[in-house]
Design a protein around this ligand. Structure first.
Ligand SMILES: C[S@@+](CC[C@H](N)C(=O)[O-])C[C@H]1O[C@@H](n2cnc3c(N)ncnc32)[C@H](O)[C@@H]1O
Length: 261
């Protein structure tokens, strides 16, 4: 069962990496860019749902950076992730306005129109088919209040192809999706959103960073000399990314959707 295998992978990530960001991804710079991108939409007094919250690493950053949130609820289908998130919440002495529970994006256990803002980061790409991804998207829209926002910060197929095309010019091998990931297609998602008359914008918040960290870095340094994401080129391009982005190379992009009234 592919879904059991995927869930087991995330259960194990929580067992091994506990409350570290590495449980979700080693690329701390990308995680920071995601947090900033989503955080810019979190408004004072808002009730927020983080779907696929993992061990809560990003949720804690949001609560810290946006003090006036009314509530932040995180759900994840991996029980160990939720256990880690709740343990970290205890350690941080946080109150009832932040809570974590087991939940699946394909069937969210909340009333319709319950939240002002609902977001995912790198969660829909874990669903094995576009059919299931659509179910997840519909569920996020269902639990969002009319006039509220849904943000899908996910990995996309078209920028991956563009990045691989430029890599090929310098004989670098193509980057591939992780074994069970299924990157979303921008064209297909946009057709889906337009068919439902949903207003949306795209925040391309990782293009320059991807050019630095997934292209230039491999041309001018020996990757093995800098384990993980410690190569200084990553930080330089992370810093530039915050001032300027664009170019279509950013595999991670955020679709910001407004649910009509
Ligand atoms: C790449 S991590 C992202 C973590 C987090 N959103 C962040 O920003 O760091 C993906 C998370 O999605 C969760 N996940 C995958 N499929 C899910 C599903 N169907 N429902 C709920 N959570 C899911 C995994 O357990 C994992 O914790």
């Amino acid at each position: 069962m592919p879904q059991d295998f995927i869930r087991e992978y995330w259960e194990n990530q929580a067992r091994v990496h506990k409350d570290s960001h590495v449980a979700s991804w080693g690329d701390n710079f990308m995680i920071d860019l995601e947090i900033e991108t989503i955080g810019a939409h979190l408004q004072e007094g808002a009730h927020v749902l983080d779907v696929g919250c993992a061990n809560g690493y990003s949720a804690f950053q949001q609560i810290e950076r946006r003090k006036g949130l009314a509530s932040l609820t995180g759900v994840d289908f991996a029980e160990n992730m939720v256990l880690q998130a709740n343990a970290a919440k205890e350690t941080r002495g946080l109150g009832d306005n932040i809570r974590f529970a087991v939940g699946d994006v394909r069937s969210l256990d909340f009333e319709d129109n319950a939240f002002d803002l609902v977001y995912t980061s790198r969660v829909l790409i874990n669903l094995p088919s576009w059919q299931e991804q659509q179910t997840g998207i519909e569920e996020c829209l269902r639990v969002t209040k009319p006039g509220g926002k849904v943000i899908f910060s996910e990995a996309f197929w078209e920028p991956l192809m563009l990045l691989n095309a430029i890599r090929l010019l310098r004989q670098l091998p193509p980057l591939v999706e992780h074994d069970f990931n299924r990157y979303l297609k921008k064209s297909v998602l946009e057709e889906f959103l337009r068919a439902r008359n949903l207003d949306f914008s795209v925040d391309e918040f990782s293009s320059v960073y991807y050019l630095g960290s997934r292209f230039l870095r491999e041309l001018v340094t020996i990757p093995a000399d800098y384990p993980g994401f410690s190569n200084p080129i990553n930080r330089i391009f992370f810093e530039i990314e915050r001032e300027f982005s664009g170019g279509g190379f950013g595999v991670q992009q955020a679709y910001v959707i407004v649910k009509g009234k």
